[in-house]
Design a protein around this ligand. Sequence first.
Ligand SMILES: C[S@@+](CC[C@H](N)C(=O)[O-])C[C@H]1O[C@@H](n2cnc3c(N)ncnc32)[C@H](O)[C@@H]1O
Length: 214
Amino acid sequence: MKLEDVEGYLLDNHSGTTDEQRLATLKREISALLERKVAGAFVEVGCYRGATAAYLRALLDLAGEESRPIHVYDSFEGLPEPDTIDGTHLAAGSIRSCQDDVIALHRELGLAAPIIHSGWFHDTLPAELPDTIAFGYLDGDFYESILTSLRHCVPNLAPGGLLIVDDYADVESNPAAWNGLPGVLAACEAYFGRARPLEVLPGSGDLAFGAYRT
Ligand SMILES: C[S@@+](CC[C@H](N)C(=O)[O-])C[C@H]1O[C@@H](n2cnc3c(N)ncnc32)[C@H](O)[C@@H]1O
């Protein structure tokens, strides 16, 4: 399937977790990362039904990187209990998927399925992350989930590597950023020990993407 067809399929069928801005930003950043010849695996921490993992696979395949592994992590029981800082936008148990959803989506798009790690991040990440990460997409929605993701992914990030944190709303830098999950920014500030620690990735609308580069 052509990349435009993969994009069209995801926009039509997975609009709850992806959109044109996210796809365009991922395409731009992954293309630059591959040009830099950064070593290591790709990881998605919080994969839900696999839409972003499938897009990453399509981008890698198009670049002739069929053998670069993608690891995905999810409870497949939905979200954990929110902290107070996470607000009331999403409840425990919501956004629930299963491993077969991830596999079926990849099959539908003619893509190889990722390596799936099922369980809570605090159980899987310490033992099951690749030693060298070139790119990570951190999309756990809640304070504790993002903090755990950063604690384990940042130390394994390769030189020249990139982590993108979804739902990172730095409204001082981008007042249009979607700000429905305030625990995400709070977790980044707690991990890095300073205010607004990530680079805000530009987007035309309400994109809320934070970037950490090594
Ligand atoms: C917004 S969805 C991810 C969407 C996906 N990245 C995409 O682009 O399609 C968030 C996912 O994170 C998972 N999740 C959040 N916190 C978690 C945790 N602490 N341990 C395991 N899974 C978690 C949820 O089960 C949910 O599937």
